[in-house]
Design a protein around this ligand. Structure first.
Ligand SMILES: NC(=O)c1ccc[n+]([C@@H]2O[C@H](COP(=O)([O-])OP(=O)(O)OC[C@H]3O[C@@H](n4cnc5c(N)ncnc54)[C@H](OP(=O)(O)O)[C@@H]3O)[C@@H](O)[C@H]2O)c1
Length: 346
């Protein structure tokens, strides 16, 4: 055996080697990653799960029709996740933890051993593990001191999406009226909070019956239960309607938009892209299909908003690392009313 192989250290990870239900997630020993010259090694203390993990875990069952984005995006996901079985065996995209080692090219002004951090690995995943390596310019920030590791692990994705949506794509102004579909979801719950606390908008959140109280607690001025009320028939109008996972037809949404109002979609098909192009040329009410950027700079902006108390975690339930499958089952069955966190030994 070569020294290299003999010296390889191991770590615990939750892996999946086939697509399927939560039970495909298994505890295993895998090689501990070694940071390259420009990378940091992070010991993970908490991670979480959301829409991305659920979709990736069972991607074989996700047809182009069920996928929330156009066919081309589904094809790209199919190839990058793996066609018959998962190519990347470790899921998980958000984490908090502590830097344990830094590569020789990483300057102490950027990161040093002992820094408490939180971050997002996007489609690269791999946070369902004791350790992860990240490039020094990755989506990484110092953890706000005002929150603990559990809270820090559940905020990066929703925080970045909500901030870039409202600041860069919507340019939300104080006093504007915004309706947020999927207000209880990862993006929606952060969007409700920031629309109110940072942008000073008048916020209406739409969600299911069991999550109305949760969405109220996020700071929404009004809440609508989509099981009981169709907001497009209420006569109320908004400057912005955010689609969330829902794609109500633009002909219906028009009734709910003020003159110059916009229907903003992060989940869309080619039909909505066509509507965006048409409404760009004709009419004053617009459809905007947006792709949201993900950068370390934005996460560090999110960290400031957390320090200022403008964005909070609402932990519904915590699971130990070994119970990852139970955590996936809990979220997939729709029991959660807030964030679900997975904890590792500190
Ligand atoms: N464009 C981009 O750059 C970009 C980036 C990231 C993600 N995305 C997209 O964002 C989506 C994932 O968002 P997420 O992570 O926030 O998902 P999520 O956490 O699963 O939340 C989805 C929410 O949709 C709500 N919902 C379901 N049916 C509804 C209805 N009929 N009316 C109103 N709300 C309804 C659910 O509310 P209840 O639980 O109350 O039923 C749930 O809270 C995906 O489509 C993904 O493709 C796009």
């Amino acid at each position: 055996m070569s020294n290299n192989v003999k010296d390889k250290q191991k770590m615990k990870a939750i892996i999946y080697t086939e697509y399927g239900p939560p039970e495909v997630l298994k505890l295993a020993e895998v090689d501990k990653p070694v940071p390259k010259k420009n990378e940091v090694l992070i010991r993970i203390y908490a991670t979480t799960l959301g829409y991305g993990e659920l979709v990736a875990r069972n991607f074989r069952k996700v047809s182009p029709g069920k996928f929330a984005m156009p066919l081309l995006f589904w094809l790209i996901a199919k190839i990058s996740f793996g066609i018959r079985k998962p190519r990347n065996k470790i899921l998980g995209s958000q984490f908090s933890g502590q830097i344990e080692a830094v590569g020789e090219d990483v300057t102490p002004e950027l990161w040093k051993v002992g820094d408490q951090v939180f971050g997002y690995t996007s489609s690269s995943m791999k946070t369902y593990a004791e350790y992860i390596t990240l490039p020094d310019d990755g989506i990484l920030s110092l953890k706000p001191s005002s929150i603990n590791f559990e809270e820090a692990a559940v905020l990066p994705y929703g925080g970045i999406m909500a901030l870039t949506l409202l600041r860069d794509k919507v340019d939300l102004q104080p006093g504007q009226k915004i309706l947020i579909n999927g207000a209880s979801g990862s993006i929606g719950s952060a969007t409700v909070q920031l629309a109110k606390s940072q942008f000073g908008a008048n916020v209406t959140g739409v969600c299911g019956t069991s999550r109305l109280e949760f969405v109220k607690s996020l700071g929404a001025d009004h809440v609508i239960d989509y099981n009981k009320e169709d907001f497009t028939e209420s006569g109320e109008t908004y400057d912005i309607v955010f689609g969330g996972l829902v794609r109500t037809s633009f002909s219906k949404i028009k009734n709910s938009l003020n003159p110059n109002g916009r229907y903003v979609l992060t989940s869309f098909k080619m039909r909505q892209v066509g509507q965006m192009l048409r409404t760009k040329l004709f009419g004053n009410k617009k459809v905007n299909c947006v792709l949201l950027p993900e950068t370390g700079e934005d996460l560090r902006e999110v960290a400031k908003l957390i320090e200022e108390g403008k964005l909070k975690a609402y932990i519904d339930k915590s699971f130990p690392f070994e119970q990852m499958a139970e955590a996936h089952r809990y979220v997939e069955d729709g029991h959660h009313k807030g964030h679900v966190v997975i904890t590792l030994d500190q």
